[in-house]
Every structure is written in structure tokens, then in C-alpha cells.
Write a protein that binds this ligand. Structure first.
Ligand code: FMN
Length: 187
């Protein structure tokens, strides 16, 4: 399985890091594209350099390289997830504005009917954000907001991160044990 992991300049770099870590553990091919704002936020939130993220992946593509194999629908991959997804990138994808490689690969997903999982991170959401996410959903993207649950009794930040990453993996069709599914307590 080949998964493209797009990382944009929203808060929540820990989600991308954890997803790549799990994909690597499961020996699933991952291809990273990281925007320039994402690289700055990565340094700020995780004190990591982009190369340290790229090392978790099978390969990375430069976001400005629109001649990359990934810029063509003829390059085959199974799904893309954009995690975290900024409102700027969500807006550009919703408008078909493929001005960088990450946006172009998302556009390819929509035109080729390949799964696109968008993990938006912003709060509060204005009407423009909501309309763009609706457009993406209508165009075939799956929206998984970076919005962890608490019904699995998280004890650590890692539990919250794993819940969200687990939901992404579920939709990618990857088995995981990152959180326990809900079961009503015995009465
Ligand atoms: C520390 C920091 C945190 C940010 N967090 C968010 C966020 O959570 N969501 C968002 O939509 N934009 C956020 N932004 C703004 C985006 O980085 C900005 O809109 C940028 O143009 C996104 O570009 P990109 O989508 O190409 O990565 C943040 C910016 C900074 C500096």
C-alpha cells in the first residue's frame, strides 16, 4: 500500500509524526510532502527538522517540484491524507488551485477517484472554512477534523493523538490497536 502524507502549516504536527511512525512500523509505503509553513510549525511544535520527518517515510517530495512523478495521475498510490490541513490548503484544494505539489496530488485524488482524507485543524471555523470543507466533502474527500474524543478515557496527550491517528488508519483500511473501540460499560 502506498500512502501520500501531506503536511501543511496548521497546528498538530504531532499527528503527522505519529501517523508516519505507525505506517513505518506496519511497513506501509509513505510519501511525504510538506509545505514551507508546515516546516516552520514543525520546528516550533516538535523541535524537529523536516529531514527527521522525511526519515520516517519511504520517500519525500519537495512541495515546489511540480515535475515530480507525483504531479501526474499516472503515478499510482492508494490514498492521500493531509494531516494537519490548514484552512489555506483546504481552500486551495476546494478551488482546484494546484499551485504546489501537495495541492496537485490532492487534486489528482479527486479527479482519479482515489481516497483523500483531509484532517482540518482550525478553531473557530468561519463560514468560508465551512463552505470549503463542504465543497471538499461533496467532491469526494473525507473530512476527519483534528478533534479527539474522550470516551476512551485518555490519560496522556499521546492517547489523544493516537485516537485521531487511529481514525485515519481505519479509513485507510489499516488495522491498528491505537485505541479501544467504544463498548458500553457493564451494568
Ligand atoms: C504557529 C502557527 C500555527 C498555525 N496554525 C494554524 C492552524 O491550526 N490552522 C490553520 O488553518 N492555519 C494555521 N496557521 C496559518 C497557516 O500556517 C497559514 O495560513 C499558511 O499560509 C498555510 O499554508 P500551507 O497550507 O501552504 O501550509 C498557523 C500559523 C502559525 C505560524
Amino acid at each position: 500500500m502506498r500512502i501520500v502524507v501531506g503536511i501543511t502549516g496548521a497546528s498538530g504536527m504531532i499527528y503527522a509524526w505519529r501517523l508516519l511512525e505507525v505506517l513505518r512500523e506496519k511497513k506501509i509505503e509513505s510519501y511525504v510532502i510538506m509545505t514551507h509553513p508546515a516546516q516552520k510549525i514543525l520546528r516550533h511544535e516538535l523541535s524537529l527538522e523536516p529531514d527527521e520527518v522525511y526519515r520516517l517515510a519511504t520517500e519525500h517530495f519537495e512541495v515546489d517540484d511540480l515535475t515530480s512523478p507525483a504531479a501526474s495521475g499516472s503515478w499510482i498510490f492508494d490514498a492521500m491524507t493531509i494531516v494537519p490541513c490548514s484552512m489555506a490548503s483546504a481552500s486551495a484544494i476546494a478551488c482546484g488551485l494546484s499551485k504546489n505539489l501537495l495541492l496537485r496530488v490532492a487534486d489528482i485524488c479527486l479527479k482519479e477517484g482515489r481516497p483523500l482524507i483531509v484532517v482540518p485543524r482550525e478553531t473557530p471555523l468561519n463560514t468560508i472554512h465551512l463552505e470549503n470543507l463542504l465543497r471538499l466533502s461533496r467532491a469526494g474527500a473525507l473530512i476527519i477534523p483534528a478533534c479527539p474524543a474522550f470516551y476512551h478515557n485518555p490519560q496522556r496527550i499521546q492517547d489523544l493523538v493516537d485516537f485521531l491517528v487511529g481514525r485515519i488508519l481505519q479509513r485507510l483500511g489499516v488495522d491498528h490497536d491505537l485505541f479501544r473501540p467504544w463498548r458500553s460499560p457493564p451494568t
